[in-house]
Design a protein around this ligand. Structure first.
Ligand SMILES: Cc1ncc(COP(=O)(O)O)c(C=O)c1O
Length: 375
């Protein structure tokens, strides 16, 4: 059996041709494919504006510069990739880590408790973890009641929906971000995007993507003005051509993911392998996370990782709590009371989940896992 990773891109000849076409064209960067990709993304996500950028971290950085002020307190989750809370630090603001709920997303009820106790909290950075969209009613309630700024990190969740509300539509948030890293639902190599319904935020972030520079029709032909300290977070036309081609197939990719989810769900019924949540239509399943109570078994999580690797299966862990990372400990974090996250971290791991995973590879993964756990 070839090595089976937890996630992987699916590229076909049409994707490759779309990139080659750009290489034969006049524009390699900031050409027609960038705006076409942005239009296609805003259509798909049902949002007014999309800005394609170099990666999801750049998207978070730009969003944080327009949403936050220095020293703002921002509620966020320990269960994410580092970039989510790092972006809060980039803006000179202060992350406040809140425990997760049973589905791996930030516990929005605990967020409300924190907001009740501390009226100086300015913002909430939630992550649609593993592809499961944040509870939209609760987000709406928090935004309306406490007047906070909300960012939805949808790096895992393009294509997810709750009823008619799509991930990254910013229906109940100010800004959302996406990532197109190869392990995600669709890829541009590196790449990301910011979405918003606010013209003002859109224009600011667009300017910051390109050095804070502006060129207007009334200026002399050579003139440009730098109005803010911006960055070069542009994405290339080659990447956006790939993104456009991938986006056309995104719904098929997600359908395949859901087929795989249902097979995993069935395989683990009545077993000690507990899916973080079973299929309910609210996730686009970037990850398929399961939990096992290792404390009740004769095998550790490390043993399981190593034994599965010997069988060519690459399970992964999402995530080490961000607040326990050495850098964050150095800032004084790490002692927050997060019992759900602590238990989750002891027990969780992610199984292979990507559209190219074959039925045979999935059946092999399930068999090996259950055999090693002796169930
Ligand atoms: C939840 C989350 N947010 C942000 C990012 C950052 O995206 P990128 O790797 O494109 O910079 C990632 C990437 O893994 C992620 O998983």
């Amino acid at each position: 059996m070839n090595f089976i990773p937890y996630g992987k891109q699916l590229l076909t000849d049409d994707d490759i041709e779309s990139v080659v076409d750009v290489l034969h064209s006049d524009y390699l960067t900031t050409g027609p494919s960038v705006s076409a990709f942005e239009d296609a993304l805003s259509d798909y996500c049902n949002v007014k504006y999309a800005i394609a950028v170099a990666n999801g971290t750049a998207a978070l950085h730009l969003a944080s510069l327009v949403l936050l002020n220095r020293n703002d307190k921002v509620l966020t989750t320990p269960n994410s990739f580092l970039a989510t809370s790092n972006a809060i630090l980039y803006a000179g603001a202060t992350p406040v880590f809140i425990d997760i709920a049973k589905d791996g997303n930030i516990d929005l009820d605990l967020c409300e408790e924190a907001l009740k106790k501390d009226s100086t909290i300015k913002a909430l950075y939630g992550v649609a973890f593993s592809g499961r969209i944040l509870d939209q009613e609760k987000l709406k309630h928090l935004k309306e009641t406490y007047g906070i700024v909300i960012l939805e990190d949808c790096a895992h969740a393009i294509g997810a929906k709750e009823g008619l509300i799509k991930a990254a539509s910013c229906t109940n948030s100010d800004v959302s971000i996406l990532s197109f890293h190869p392990v995600k639902h669709m890829t541009t190599g590196e790449g990301g995007a910011i979405t918003t319904n606010s013209k003002e935020l859109y224009e600011k972030m667009l300017m910051l993507r390109g050095h804070g520079m502006v060129k207007t029709p009334d200026m002399k032909p050579w003139e440009y003005e730098m109005r803010e300290l911006g960055f070069n977070y542009r994405i290339t036309d080659m990447q956006c051509a790939l993104g456009l081609s991938q986006l056309k197939k995104l719904d098929q990719f997600i359908e395949r993911r859901i087929e795989l989810v249902k097979v995993y769900d069935d395989a683990f019924i009545d077993s000690i392998v507990k899916p973080l949540y079973t299929y309910d239509g609210k996730s686009s399943y970037h990850l398929y996370v399961v939990q096992v109570e290792f404390s009740k078994l004769n095998i550790t999580k490390e043993d399981l990782f190593n034994l599965l690797r010997e069988k060519s299966i690459g399970i992964q862990l999402h995530y080490i709590p961000i607040n326990k990372q050495p850098y964050y400990k150095g800032l004084g974090y790490g002692n927050e009371v997060t019992p759900v996250m602590d238990k989750y971290y002891d027990e969780c791991f992610s199984l292979p989940m990507f559209p190219k995973l074959s039925d045979e590879e999935q059946a092999y993964t399930i068999k090996q896992l259950l055999e090693i756990l002796d169930v």
